[in-house]
Design a protein around this ligand. Structure first.
Ligand SMILES: Nc1nc2c(c(=O)[nH]1)N=C([C@H](O)[C@@H](O)CO)CN2
Length: 122
């Protein structure tokens, strides 16, 4: 399966379960892999036929910057739903990293993988 990817997209957000986290904005890092048949844009050389990674990035920045959740799981799920539905994807893997949240770890977070089902849910 072909993919389009976004790696290391940094977005600041209000996120976390502790009181001190409710008073600051933290940098989150997004890595996405999105299933897409890249043979079509390769044949036409047209941006209109692509899964436009800039458009996906802009949408994520817009959403995440105004979001307010406790858990990274919740934010990851919402982001996956938005990207799957708005960009008509059948498959997506999304890694959401929270750098520096745990002393001694470079980053912590979640990786989720979603497949579009017959009834249209991601
Ligand atoms: N599985 C998770 N574990 C934890 C989360 C989370 O969102 N998902 N969040 C925290 C705190 O907000 C932490 O990031 C602050 O250091 C702890 N564990």
């Amino acid at each position: 399966m072909d993919k389009v990817f976004i790696e290391g997209l940094e977005i600041e957000a209000l996120i976390g379960i502790y009181d001190w986290e409710r008073r600051i904005r933290q940098t989150l890092v997004f890595d996405l892999e999105m299933g897409f048949d890249n043979r079509v844009p390769a044949a036409t050389d047209s941006i209109a036929d692509t899964l436009n990674y800039k458009a996906v990035s802009k949408r994520l920045i817009e959403y995440v910057a105004q979001s307010d959740f406790g858990l990274v799981e919740t934010l990851a799920e919402r982001c996956a739903g938005i990207v799957m539905n708005e960009f008509k994807l059948d498959w997506l893997r999304l890694k959401l990293s929270k750098p520096g949240a745990v002393r001694g770890a470079r980053a912590v977070g979640v990786v989720i993988e979603r497949v579009r089902t017959q009834d249209g849910n991601g």
